[in-house]
Design a protein around this ligand. Structure first.
Ligand SMILES: Cc1cc2nc3c(=O)[nH]c(=O)nc-3n(C[C@H](O)[C@H](O)[C@H](O)COP(=O)(O)OP(=O)(O)OC[C@H]3O[C@@H](n4cnc5c(N)ncnc54)[C@H](O)[C@@H]3O)c2cc1C
Length: 479
């Protein structure tokens, strides 16, 4: 039997839930169809060895000044849901051969503004910055800080590398900018200038990117659970264990979706609605033929292909230590660098479990790691094999051991999780930016973090997109 709704949302990650809650608030009958047993997507928590922690995420970020200005905060306020947060210090840690066991820290301090941001990158790249390089970087910060969102969207077809070549003459300033690759997560030739400008400008206008975290609970308990409750309390329907296999379109108009029951693979179900929101990563939707090429315009298909080509899995590691080895005060999220090769080499990130509100057994310590998987400068390059992943994991452990002696001996349990991180690669240089509404299919909309090439960072984009998305859908439903 066909079930009918006003709107169907494909995917119950933060993006699907954000638009679901906004629609439910407006009395729209909406269903979220999720392939997994529970909602949350890459915000889900994982259980292992008596611990519970986030499966992917390491921090929330604000390019828009105070946390209250982020779209996630605004959304919670709009829904009258409580969201208490804590600011997490963002630090770089470097270990030198000369001083093993001692970590040199350089923190990203919003109070110190753009100059501190450049010192941070000079430190990361090992570049000795002179006054003229600093002046040149400050000039770039001025240009980008003055760019409006609209101007940023206009330069998504110019790569950061081309922009540097044409606008930055000082060789040291150029080296610092090129050296941002491992931290930004892609090569300057692959990233659109609009995205960089949005981020770069924040260091001038707001002092720095602010790193924050919910005050209590993992991302799942602090964000997903209350949003799910809000959605269902306001009449929304959650349908889990259903993998959408196609978004059904006839005469260039959306009709609904077909889903496969994950428990009984022979069972296909049809759900109909005049509005379908694709809130699963669009690259996956295209790769799995859920959205067929003929339902996209050729320039959209080309942009999606470009972004997908940059996509690859990131490696998260979980380390349960028998005792506390990493200091818990002051450094919530640390980039680890190592000077093995002369210049500081980026190893990956480290987050202390207590900062991410993980549940950890008494007397023990939980450390989460992150190594970016898909940049050529990262340890294991594109499309890693298990062997290269293990090598990266080993290398990470060796470097962290130098910083925090005793780390390896204290490991009681360790696990590796590889997950595609579409967020990072959505900002690839594209000729045509995707929009929240299909240009050629009536009733088809897009949500989540993989749509705009420019926007708030990472998961905050899901919430940013949800507001205009809700307005457009309401216009459609009410017209
Ligand atoms: C390793 C890693 C680290 C990250 N670190 C950070 C960080 O530190 N800070 C930050 O802000 N962001 C981080 N992110 C990004 C963040 O996780 C995403 O921005 C956010 O989860 C995007 O939400 P979404 O709803 O768009 O997509 P998702 O969270 O991916 O949700 C999509 C949902 O769609 C479902 N789905 C997929 N296919 C189908 C189908 N065919 N039928 C039905 N359902 C389907 C999925 O199961 C999932 O529940 C990280 C991501 C990764 C992988």
């Amino acid at each position: 039997m066909k079930k009918e709704y006003d709107a169907i949302i494909v995917g119950g990650g933060p993006g699907g839930l954000a638009i679901g809650c906004l629609l439910a608030k407006e009395g729209v009958s909406a269903a979220i169809i999720e392939k997994d047993p529970a909602l949350g997507g890459r915000f889900r928590s994982v259980d292992f060895h008596g611990c519970r922690t986030d499966c992917a995420i390491h921090f929330m970020a604000s390019l828009v000044g105070p946390v209250e200005n982020t779209s996630m905060y605004q959304m919670f306020k709009h829904l009258s849901l409580p969201l208490e947060y804590k600011i997490v210090p963002w630090a770089m840690g470097m270990v030198t051969k000369e001083k093993p066991g001692e970590v040199e820290y350089l923190a990203m301090d919003p109070e110190l503004g753009a100059a501190n941001f450049f010192n941070f990158f000079a430190f990361a790249t090992g570049v000795d910055m002179n006054d003229s390089a600093k002046d040149e970087l400050m000039r770039v910060a001025d240009i980008t800080a003055d760019m409006s969102d609209e101007e940023c969207h206009k330069v998504v077809n110019i790569s950061f590398a081309d922009w540097i070549d044409q606008n930055v003459t000082d060789p040291i300033a150029q080296a610092v900018m090129y050296g941002m690759e491992p931290i930004v997560g892609a090569s300057p030739k692959d990233i659109n200038f609009g995205y960089v400008a949005k981020g770069f400008g924040a260091f001038k206008s707001h002092g720095a990117t602010l790193i924050w975290y919910p005050k209590n609970g993992t991302l799942e308990t602090a964000l997903i659970v209350p949003m799910t409750k809000y959605f269902t309390d306001h009449g929304g329907e959650v349908i889990t264990n259903r993998m959408v296999s196609s978004i059904d379109i006839e005469d260039e108009t959306v009709k609904g979706v077909t889903a496969v029951d994950q428990g009984n693979r022979f069972l296909m179900e049809e759900y109909s609605a005049p509005v379908v929101i694709c809130a699963m990563p669009i690259f996956q939707a295209v790769a799995h033929n859920i959205l067929r090429a003929e339902h996209l315009t050729p320039d959209w298909a080309e942009s999606i292909k470009r972004c997908a080509a940059l996509s690859g899995p990131d490696m998260s590691g979980f380390f349960l230590l028998k005792e506390k080895v990493v200091p818990t005060d002051g450094y919530g999220w640390i980039h680890i660098f190592d000077t093995d090769y002369g210049l500081p080499t980026y190893i990956g990130d480290l987050t202390v479990g207590s900062y991410v509100n993980a549940i950890e057994p008494p007397g023990k310590q939980l450390i989460n790691s992150l190594a970016i998987g898909s940049t050529p400068v990262s340890q294991f390059g594109l499309n890693p094999t298990m062997e290269t992943v293990r090598a990266a994991h080993r290398r990470w452990k060796e470097s962290v051991e130098k910083a925090f002696p005793g780390f390896n001996d204290a490991i009681e349990y360790e696990g590796i999780n590889l997950q595609l991180n579409f967020t990072r690669y959505a900002y690839a240089i594209v000729q045509t930016e995707l929009d929240i509404q299909s240009p050629n299919i009536k009733g088809l909309y897009f949500g989540g973090d993989s749509i705009w090439a420019v926007g708030n960072p990472m998961s905050d984009k899901c919430f940013q997109i949800a507001f205009p998305l809700c307005e457009r859908i309401l216009e459609n439903i009410r017209s």
